[in-house]
Each structure stands twice: as C-alpha cells, then as structure tokens.
Design a binder for this molecule. Structure first.
Ligand SMILES: Cc1cc2nc3c(=O)[nH]c(=O)nc-3n(C[C@H](O)[C@H](O)[C@H](O)COP(=O)(O)OP(=O)(O)OC[C@H]3O[C@@H](n4cnc5c(N)ncnc54)[C@H](O)[C@@H]3O)c2cc1C
Length: 483
C-alpha cells in the first residue's frame, strides 16, 4: 500500500531523461523537475550534427517501445530525424514543459534523508529521489597532438561541428576511424577537394543495407500497429544474438560476424596495398563494430587518401606525419570520441556521511548493476557505469533499467524504507563476477577500445543480454540496504 508521494529530480533531458520523465508521470510520481544544461532536449542527438550522422542500429529498434513510429525514412535513420523524434515524444508526453533548460546541476548532496540539488544559476531543489541521466558519450575527448592550437584552418571535434565552415572544395583531414569518422568520410567525400583520413587503427566494417522505406511501407506500418510492434520485437531478438556473440569470443555467431567483415574487405577494396592497410590486426567486434554501406567505396575515391603514417604534429598549414610529409589542410575534424568514463562529471555528488563520488569512484566508476551505489541512497543512474553497450539499442537498456529502478522506489513508496542503496557486499561481489566474466569476451582479444578501463578490462556488462533482462526483472532486495 502506497503511503506517501515523493519528489524526484531527473538530471539530463536526453533519451534517458525523457524516458524517466514519462515513466515517473505514468507511475503517479508527477512531482519532479527535469534539469537540462542545454536549451533543448535530445542529448547526443542534439549535440552531434556532423554530416552523415545516423543510427547504427535499426531505427525501428532505436525507438521507445511505447512510442514506436512508422515514419522512419530509412532502416538506419539520419541524426536530425532521430533528434526530431525525441523532441516530438518529449512534447507529446508533456516532458518539455517539465524541463528546466539552460541550468546545469552542479551539486547533489545527501543530508537528513533528502538530496539537495544546486544548479549553476544558484537555483536549489530538495528531493527524495535523483535519477541521473547525464549520458555516457557526452564529454568530447580531444587528442593530444602537438601544435593543434597553431593550426590556421578550422578545427573542431565531431560533436561540436562548426557549420559555418565551408566544406565544398576544401581540403579536409579527419583524425580517428570510429563510427563517426566512417560516417563523415562517406558523407563528405564527394563535396571536398581532398580528404585525408588519419588512421591509427584499422577497423572492421560490417556491410549495411540502409535502404529507404517507401511511402507504402510506412503507410502499411501506420495502418497496422501490430506489425510495427512485431518489427521492433524481431529486431530486438536479432540484436540479442549479437549481444550474446560478443560476450563469448568462441561463439558461432561471432565467427559469422567476422566472416561478413572479412568478405566486405576482400570483395570491396580492390587495391591490394590499400586493402592490407585497411585490414585490422584484431578480431571483429573487439572494438565497437562499425557498419557502413559505402565507406570502402568512399575511401577508394580519387580525392580520398588513407594516411597510416602516425601523426608527428599539427602545423599551421596542416598535419605532419612521422614520415616527414606535410598534409596541407583547410579543415581538421577530430573524430576522436568521448570520455566514456566521465559519468555525471563535473557534478559534485556527496552521499551519506560526506562520502563523495570522487572517493567512491577512485580508482574507477562502479555501480551495482550500473544503477545504484552504496552511500548514495535513493540516487539511481540510467546508462551508468559498466552497463550493457555494444551494437544494440541503448533505449532498450534504459527502459529495462528504469523499470528496475521504479521497483526500488516502490520500496520507499510502500513504506518499507525511507532510503535504499546497494550494499557494499553486493557491489563487491558484482564487480568480482563482472571482471571474471569480462575475460571471456571478444573485447579482450587484443585491441584497444573505449570499452576498456585503466586495467584493460572491459567496463561493460559482460554477460548475455538475456541475463541482463533476467537480472533486471526484479531487484534482489538482499543486495540492498533498506533504512
Ligand atoms: C555519434 C553517436 C552515435 C550514436 N549512435 C547510437 C546508436 O546508433 N544506437 C544506440 O543505441 N546508441 C547510440 N549512441 C549512444 C547514445 O549516446 C545513446 O543512445 C543515447 O542517446 C544516450 O542518451 P542519454 O540520455 O543516456 O545521454 P545523452 O544523450 O548524452 O543525454 C544526457 C543529457 O544530460 C545533460 N546533462 C549532463 N550533465 C548535466 C548536468 N549536470 N545538469 C544538467 N544536464 C546535464 C546533457 O546536456 C544531455 O542533454 C550514439 C552516440 C553517439 C555520440
């Protein structure tokens, strides 16, 4: 029997924050504010506006399960369409009006059983429950390149794209070979005079069929919501298989993925010398698997060059590589990813008895099942540390996590406790098992990637997605400290 109501704060209005707001309302917990430091919702999809940005899981899967849409234009929708989807859903579900925009939460301190939030503008709020939805791939990582500041052309990170810079007819350099770089190369190669892709590590590229949906197909899905739901479910099942493959480096599925990537390289890169330079020396899916329908075509265009000599430094006129050559450039794009371990930073978070997040996360971020931390009662994370990542929908992950968190909050609502947080023992045991399982995954088969922590261990969920669904169905209250 619910005896009380609770005030909540959601930090972040990206995909996960919008979800939290919708679901809190649905659960009858309507007394909340969403804090967003930017001026619009959308998170990742608001910040990344680079040419070629698109989803790399099918859009019918990268959608809220409760707000499927028949309107995706392609299998893997372009970024602006995804951003518009989040804006529309936030509006339709009444989230936008609940967001305090342009106000960054700078601190959360726990005392007297409540969380006290302070924002950059000096606004304060006292809440019972905090949902942190501050994003994983949020803080750009800049490369440590000597001379970068001296570059006379335009230089920006891929997540801070400068649309005032003309690309047509320009000589453009791109540092990095992740999904973002690959998408940019394909999108701009036909516009620029010359494109230099500075590759430190070759990447496996899985083929991708990114066909457009016809008006008839979209109408069909609009008229038959059951088919839309079925499409979502089928894709979800399919991506479970992928998730299972990467956590077992010897699985048959991973071998199929490896073969598809190998065939893609062998069949589509014609110059044997270029093919060898594009051939990774580690196993497919060891790094986040890249999918692209046309990267190999793009990099073989006459105006494109794959530069594999290491970068010596950046000079006013361009990039000098270790072989002594100066690659003259007008624009330098840093597609060098994000600080994936910077969860919730730079917020000051002070838990029970003055324990700071900084202390709790030294040497590295840890959370029980990615959602809860000892000493931080009633403070829950969406897409927190060591959660499932990989080539599947993080929306599905956040939905599963939120349903779980709501069950923890129910303990308070039901009067069983006023404070709930994972026990130290549960976290220690979870981390021990997680680290052990991580040694069997494809992520430790000989590559460097942003999945790896300072010890070289994958900072991710190392078991199957099925196990994630199972474990997250209902909390094991024995793992929680209820006061
Ligand atoms: C280029 C790119 C492509 C991607 N493609 C895919 C894909 O195909 N499939 C997939 O599943 N995932 C993909 N991702 C991952 C993507 O980040 C997630 O799918 C999802 O968008 C994350 O949502 P989020 O709400 O957790 O975080 P974010 O989208 O990062 O949102 C966090 C929000 O919190 C706000 N915020 C942070 N700190 C504070 C604070 N202290 N106070 C107030 N506001 C704050 C931020 O401004 C931001 O709006 C991609 C990521 C990138 C960068």
């Amino acid at each position: 029997m619910q005896t009380q109501t609770l005030r909540c704060a959601v930090i972040g209005a990206g995909m996960a924050g919008i979800l939290a707001a919708i679901k809190l309302d649905e659960a009858g917990l309507g007394d909340f504010t969403v804090y967003e430091k930017a001026d619009r919702v959308g998170g990742t999809w608001r910040e990344n506006t680079y040419p070629g940005l698109s989803c790399d899981v099918p859009s019918h899967l990268y959608s809220y399960s409760f707000a499927l849409t028949p309107d995706w234009s392609r299998r893997f929708a372009p970024g602006p369409e995804i951003e518009a989807y989040f804006e529309r859903i936030a509006e339709e579900y009444g989230v936008t009006k609940r967001v305090r925009f342009g106000d960054e939460v700078v601190s959360c301190a726990f005392s007297d059983g409540k969380w006290h939030l302070t924002t950059a503008s000096g606004h304060t709020d006292t809440v019972d429950v905090v949902i942190a939805a501050t994003g994983v791939l949020h803080h750009p990582r800049y490369p440590d390149l000597a001379g970068l500041d001296a570059f006379e052309g335009a230089c920006f990170h891929s997540a801070r794209w400068d649309h005032s810079v003309a690309l047509d007819g320009a000589r453009v350099g791109i540092v990095g070979t992740g999904s973002t770089a690959v998408q940019i190369v394909s999108a701009i190669v036909d516009r620029v005079a010359a494109l230099s892709l500075f590759q430190r590590t070759a990447q496996w590229i899985a083929p991708q069929d990114n066909r457009a949906y016809s008006a008839e197909e979209r109408a069909e899905l609009r008229d038959h919501p059951d088919q839309l739901a079925e499409t979502h479910q089928t894709l979800s099942d399919m991506f479970d298989l992928f998730a299972n493959a990467v956590v077992d480096a010897e699985s048959a599925e991973i071998k199929l993925i490896e073969q598809a990537c190998l065939d893609n390289l062998e069949n589509n890169v014609h110059d044997p010398e270029l093919r060898e330079r594009l051939r990774p020396t580690y196993r497919a899916a060891c790094k986040r698997l890249i999918v692209s329908p046309d990267f190999y075509d793009a990099i073989q265009k006459p105006n494109a060059e794959l530069v594999t000599d290491a970068i010596e430094c950046v000079e006013p006129k361009g990039v000098r590589t270790k072989d002594g050559r100066l690659h003259e450039l007008d624009v330098l794009v840093l597609a060098t990813g994000f600080k994936a371990d910077a969860f919730m930073r730079p917020m000051q978070i002070i838990g029970r008895d003055g324990v700071t997040l900084q202390q709790a996360w030294t040497p590295r971020p840890e959370a029980y099942l990615s959602v809860s931390m000892p000493d931080f009662p009633n403070f829950f994370m969406l897409n927190g540390p060591n959660g499932p990542v990989g080539n599947f929908s993080l929306i599905e992950v956040a939905e599963i996590q939120f349903r779980y968190i709501l069950q923890l909050v129910d303990q308070i609502l039901d009067g069983n406790c006023r404070e709930i947080a994972a026990t130290r023992g549960a976290l220690t045991e979870f981390e021990r098992a997680r680290e052990e399982a991580a040694t069997h995954t494809v992520w430790v088969t000989g590559c460097l990637s942003w999945y790896l922590d300072d010890r070289g261990l994958p900072a991710v969920w190392p078991w199957s997605f099925l196990r994630f669904r199972d474990v997250m169905k209902a909390p094991d209250l024995g793992a929680y400290d209820l006061r």
